[in-house]
Design a binder for this molecule. Structure first.
Ligand SMILES: *Cc1c(COP(=O)(O)O)cnc(C)c1O
Length: 389
């Protein structure tokens, strides 16, 4: 299934493509051209690598989690993306796109953000590369995440609190798209996951694939072979595709942990792959949650109604198994990893850790992508656990 599915770039089997209004076609064509030429040069790659090393903190370790392994009954290795600048993998993509924007002569970055993680990563690279930066954030989200709003402003970004509609992530996306359509000359829209119209899914994948490339080398060095399974959480799908890509042609089983929310029979979840249906959303054909479902996950980063189109293809082809991990299971893993290894994982990443437990019977060696650190989630977890801080 490998290469011919992408015979048309940006088309992942029946998924992906570009489903956008006419006015978006030309700016996306220009972005595609910049990506296919500039971003593929040895100079660009060297500079990208250099910034990831000197600024973001790559390479990240692959850590053999001994006590967690004993608890789960399989050898579990954690890819420590939580140790990156900003505390998550998002910086990989933000650096790549900002560098490309700079080379393409853009003077301005815009981005949407939900909980503020992607907005924060964008504010970082906006400062680093001296680009004007404007972040669209739903007013409701901004009120819940004042610290992230302050962080972004501290780094010089303008935070535009969107009050229209439900004042959430979807409304922030709409506002950012409108901005982009009106200011394409000087503006790059820094999309935060492997979602959206072509070329975003394949471009974000390329910038995140450093995760799997490193992990593949590290596990071979450590064990002399490849893992039996690779596990990652799936919101939009960027950390997962970044881990999986290097193992795509290997005999490695892939597992994607979606936000299973309140459980298998509930109408509150964020699991379009384990449950939803095929449809068009945010410029791409992919899988989405059903109309009568309220998008919900205990972790803000997984709280998205769609998913990157390549995952929809992986699912259709049986290349990856996607399962919903409930809020409760994720919170359990959050606690277990904290207690056994002294590593507090992001609630998003906790979904991947929980899924590793579920599959530990079937696999000897498992690589889990620890996409981010959980410092941001401690207050929420304490509340959910009923603990006093
Ligand atoms: C944003 C985020 C995610 C979800 O995004 P993907 O594109 O699916 O990777 C996962 N983990 C962390 C820590 C995040 O911040």
């Amino acid at each position: 299934m490998t290469r011919q599915d992408e015979a048309t770039p940006g088309q992942f089997g029946e998924f992906g493509g570009r489903h956008v209004p006419e006015v978006m076609e030309e700016p996306l064509d220009r972005l595609t051209e910049a990506y296919e030429t500039v971003a593929r040069t040895p100079e660009f790659r060297a500079e990208f690598r250099d910034v990831l090393e000197s600024y973001a903190g790559r390479p990240t370790p692959l850590f053999r989690a001994e006590r967690l392994s004993a608890e789960y009954g399989a050898d579990v290795y954690l890819k420590r993306e939580d140790l990156l600048h900003g505390g998550a993998h998002k910086i990989n993509n933000a650096v790549g796109q900002a560098l490309l924007a700079k080379k393409a002569g853009k003077s301005r970055l815009i981005a949407e953000t939900g909980a503020g993680q992607h907005g924060t990563a964008t504010a970082m690279v906006g400062a680093l590369f001296d680009l004007d930066t404007e972040i669209y954030m739903g007013k409701k989200d901004a009120n819940r995440q004042r610290m992230n709003v302050f962080r972004m402003r501290l780094m010089g970004a303008e935070v535009n609190e969107v009050t229209r509609g439900g004042a959430g992530l979807a409304d922030a996306v709409d506002a950012a798209l409108e901005d982009f359509a009106g200011n394409v000359e000087e503006t790059h829209y820094l999309v935060g996951s492997a979602v959206g119209p072509d070329p975003f899914p394949r471009m974000v994948r390329e910038f995140q694939s450093v995760i799997g490339e490193e992990a593949r080398e590290q596990i071979r060095e450590e064990t002399g072979g490849l893992p039996d399974a690779a596990v990652a959480c799936v919101g939009g799908g960027s950390n997962a595709i970044g881990l999986f890509h290097a193992f795509r042609d290997d005999d490695v089983t892939f597992y994607g942990a979606e936000g299973g929310g309140e459980g298998a029979d509930s109408k509150r979840h964020a699991a379009p792959l384990a449950k939803g249906r095929a449809d068009v959303i945010h410029g791409m054909r992919t899988r989405v949650i059903d109309d009568d479902v309220e998008v919900h996950s205990v972790s803000a980063g997984l709280d998205y109604p769609g998913v990157g189109p390549e995952h929809a293809m992986f699912r259709a082809a049986g290349r990856c198994e996607y399962r919903g991990v409930t809020d409760e299971e994720a919170l359990g893993a959050f606690r277990t990893l904290s207690e056994t290894e002294g590593i507090i994982p992001a609630l998003e990443s906790s979904h991947a850790v929980a899924l590793a437990k579920e599959i530990a019977d079937e696999h000897d060696t498992i690589v889990v992508n620890l996409s981010g650190r959980g410092d941001k989630d401690v207050e929420q977890a304490a509340e959910l656990f009923g603990l006093d801080l």
